[in-house]
Design a protein around this ligand. Structure first.
Ligand code: Z5A
Length: 232
């Protein structure tokens, strides 16, 4: 894998809409993203925020079509093809939903997966490299990243245990072997090293309430310390 050009990192910034915030949740399958997002939404709504939950790939009608095309494909895609497909869905989501919605002060957008999934899945597990992922995202609007990303870190064993309990049919990525999951964990750990200001790593192998406590603490640190705009 080619050496990463660290100059690329400075291209990325959160969207600048006063009083509004962009959050994302990341982690391997079974990390608990969807479950925690529901609780964070409730928590923020009690603070008076308008909260929208989106998922990637998806969140727009074009994105949902791409989601279904990717997750149901029986053809093994080239990692660069995968990376561009996820980036297309993301660019559309940013233009059609994220930016227009954040323009209303007091809005929080919570995205279930975002650019770090591309770094972990396509960058490391699919061996494309993190550099090419960052290059694809270096121009507007793809250079917009969340104010805060909660990386719910679990190990392979915990992921497998939770997948078994759920016993759902496996999609394109879920059908991969154990080494793929180990690479995903390495990929997320690398993303957290590269973006220490934005990404908070949470030990998500603990019970739900403990994880939720840590998650809410990070969200409050971002949102409640920087006071939302006063009512006009
Ligand atoms: N992908 C990509 O390759 N590149 C990209 O750029 C993007 C995505 C954006 C979308 O998957 C796929 O696209 C994904 C990566 C790829 N591939 N995979 N795999 P998805 O959105 O369909 O699936 P997911 O994100 O992996 O969802 P998930 O498996 O549902 O994971 P989760 O949302 O993190 O977990 P959960 O549903 O909240 O919880 C899972 C189970 O664990 C559930 O039964 C819970 O009750 C249980 N759980 C949760 N927390 C706990 C705790 N703390 N203790 C015990 N049990 C718990």
């Amino acid at each position: 894998m080619a050496q990463l050009n660290h100059n690329l990192l400075s291209n990325f910034r959160p969207p600048g809409f006063p009083g509004s915030y962009f959050l994302s949740f990341e982690g391997i399958e079974g990390a608990g993203k969807s479950t925690q997002i529901i609780k964070v939404k409730e928590h923020l709504e009690t603070q008076g925020f308008r909260v929208l939950v989106l998922r990637e790939p998806g969140g727009t009608s074009f994105g949902e079509k791409l989601r279904s095309a990717i997750l149901n494909t029986t053809t093994k895609l080239h990692p660069l093809a995968e990376a561009h497909l996820f980036a297309s869905s993301r660019a559309q989501l940013l233009t059609e939903v994220v930016m227009p919605e954040l323009n209303t002060p007091g809005t929080v957008i919570i995205c279930d997966r975002y650019i770090d999934s591309s770094m972990a899945y396509q960058g490391i597990a699919r061996d494309l490299g993190i550099g090419p992922i960052l290059e694809i995202h270096q121009n507007f609007p793809l250079n917009l990243v969340p104010h805060l990303t909660l990386y719910l870190r679990i190990d392979l064993e915990t992921s497998m245990k939770r997948q078994k309990l759920r016993n759902a049919p496996k999609d394109y990525f879920e059908a991969q072997g154990e080494s793929f999951y180990q690479d995903l964990i390495k990929g997320y750990d690398r993303a957290a090293e590269l973006f220490p200001e934005r990404i908070r790593t949470i030990d998500a192998s603990a019970d739900f309430d403990k994880v939720n406590h840590l998650v809410i603490k990070e969200v409050d640190r971002l949102i409640l310390q920087e006071k939302p705009l006063e009512d006009a």
